[in-house]
Write a protein that binds this ligand. Structure first.
Ligand code: C2E
Ligand code: MG
Ligand code: MG
Ligand code: MG
Length: 278
């Protein structure tokens, strides 16, 4: 089997959960090893205030470099990691790595407003000791809670929402912010928005792609932004790629923009250049 064939097989493994047991174990081992051999990395995608185009934060996004398969994007290993129960371990690694990096950045480039966002998968969020771990990570890294934001998806509210309610409240009490990721693509009832203290909605990029004046997409995005503002939440619009999309989002009063129009997720050293400019 050539490298290319292996690479192709790798590209589809998230569609095929019926991997042979040996393949699955091999993949699990590689994934664990990646954490301890610096093969797993975080890239950081900046978020900008819509009004001023000032840098207001960044989202930490996992990138896995595998010698055999090359750069493997998260969509190709996160569903697998979820399936085999590795997400708590990966998520903890992300928390520690993002918080210690952020602490170094805040020390070097003091900015009281910057927040680093970390994605947490539903099952991880539901773990009993999740808040305890966050607290420990903040203590160990010395990062102030106001610089940390947790991104969760609507899936987190589908079951075990009692546990989630407590977790979110505890995180808020610590001073950590909460954002709802991929807003509008889940199956949850909107009622969670009034039950939980959410700070930010992130409008999914599917609403933004190719958005035009006078379309249903524009109406939806405008309505979501208005809903958020009425309920004292702010809005990040994801996936803004073009000046046309940016103009419409700014007109609709979106608060923050994250998208290729500004920057994709960047390696640490490249992200740091943005901080130097502030
Ligand atoms: P997400 O949390 O919604 O992250 C935003 C995704 O949109 C990222 O993809 C980002 O690179 C991409 N993106 C941002 N701006 C644009 C744009 O203008 N155009 C396009 N086409 N895409 C844009 P990425 O890094 O491939 O991550 C995909 C998903 O994988 C994330 O979606 C998130 O659900 C998951 N993920 C990534 N890192 C982590 C992590 O550390 N933990 C967890 N639990 N999930 C993660
Ligand atoms: Mg996210
Ligand atoms: Mg998203
Ligand atoms: Mg997502």
């Amino acid at each position: 089997e050539t490298k290319k064939e292996k690479g192709n097989r790798c590209l589809v493994f998230h569609y095929d959960m019926n991997l042979m047991i040996e393949e699955q174990l091999d993949l699990e081992k590689r994934l664990r090893d990646a954490l301890f051999t610096d093969k797993m990395m975080l890239f950081y995608q900046p978020k900008f205030e819509a009004k001023t185009h000032r840098l207001v934060g960044m989202e930490a996004l996992m990138r896995w470099y595998d010698e055999e398969y090359g750069f493997i994007p998260p969509i190709q290993f996160i569903p697998f990691a979820e399936e085999v129960g590795l997400m708590p371990m990966l998520g903890e690694w992300v928390l520690v790595t993002a918080c210690s990096q952020m602490k170094r950045w805040i020390d070097a480039y003091p900015n009281s407003e910057l927040r680093v966002a970390v994605n947490i998968s539903p099952l991880h969020l539901q773990e009993k000791n999740f808040v305890y771990i966050v607290k420990q990570v903040l203590r160990d890294t010395g990062l102030s809670a106001k610089h940390l934001e947790i991104e969760i998806t609507e899936l987190s509210f589908m079951n075990g929402s009692d546990v989630v309610a407590e977790t979110i409240q505890d995180l808020k009490n610590l001073g950590v912010s909460i954002a709802i990721d991929d807003f509008g693509t889940g199956y949850s009832a909107l009622s969670y928005l009034k039950k939980f203290p959410i700070d930010t909605l992130k409008i999914d990029k599917s609403f933004v792609r190719g958005i035009k004046k006078g379309t249903n997409d524009e109406s939806m995005v405008t309505a979501i932004i208005n809903l958020a503002h009425i309920m004292n939440m702010s809005v990040v619009v994801e996936g803004v790629e073009t000046i046309e999309e940016l103009n419409i989002i700014e007109k609709a009063k979106g608060d923050m923009i994250q998208g290729y129009y500004f920057h994709p997720a960047l390696p640490t050293e490249q992200f740091e250049k943005l901080l130097m400019d502030v």
